[in-house]
Design a protein around this ligand. Structure first.
Ligand SMILES: O=C(O)[C@@H](CO)OP(=O)(O)O
Length: 207
């Protein structure tokens, strides 16, 4: 029986995470800390004795770089990898490039929290989590999940909000439930799925 393995990992700290800027579809690379976090994620996966058959990532540098560093630690460079915009971070629209504290001063703490974490309120000119889910979920269902169910051990390196969208579906979280869910940079979450694509087990490699 194959194990239906699906590992999700948010990229390591990016230059704009460090500067506290809304990033979205902008394309900063990892910081030194982000590189270290990605390598550590690879070491943690190696310690779990995980081997992968395929990988998926976004078209953004910080996720691709994270994946490369993880695969190097695992000794699995050259793994078949699909890169798709469907896994990109949520588009932050007009907020992209703004400092998050400056935005709180301008629009207030509550409004900024709603833009950052609510399910269906988009930031001006950008995507809500619901919009992000609407493009990430079909990709998951059509491109990622069939392989997982067929025993392809799968690693997905993506972004805070594109992964929150997938986690909402995997863990059957309500819009209220996803509001509180934060993903740390570079922390792999290991899912094993049942044949009906529900979650059989989950292991968060934080700490
Ligand atoms: O700026 C972004 O693109 C994201 C992820 O870093 O930020 P937030 O945590 O506000 O969704």
């Amino acid at each position: 029986m194959s194990e239906r393995l699906l590992v999700l990992v948010r990229h390591g700290q990016s230059e704009w995470n460090l500067k506290n800027l809304f990033t979205g579809w902008k394309d900063p690379d990892l910081t030194e800390q982000g590189i270290a976090e990605a390598k550590e994620a690879g070491r943690k996966l190696k310690a779990q004795e995980l081997v992968f058959d395929v990988a998926f990532t976004s078209v953004l540098t910080r996720a691709q770089h994270t994946l490369d560093l993880i695969l190097t630690e695992l000794g699995q460079t050259g793994l078949p990898t699909s890169k798709d915009l469907a896994l990109n971070e949520r588009d932050y629209g007009d907020l992209s490039g703004l400092n998050k504290d400056d935005a709180r001063k301008k629009w207030g703490e509550d409004q900024v929290h709603v833009w950052r974490r609510s399910y269906d309120v988009p930031p001006p000119g950008g995507e809500s989590l619901k919009d992000t889910l609407a493009r990430a979920l079909p990709y998951y269902v059509q491109e990622i999940l069939p392989g997982v169910l067929n025993g392809k051990r799968t690693l997905v390196a993506a972004h805070g909000n594109s992964l929150r969208a997938l986690i909402m579906v995997l863990e059957k979280l309500s819009p209220e439930g996803i509001l509180k869910r934060e993903l740390a940079t570079g922390v792999p979450i290991i899912y094993r799925l049942n044949a009906d694509s529900t979650v059989a087990s989950k292991l968060d490699l934080a700490g």
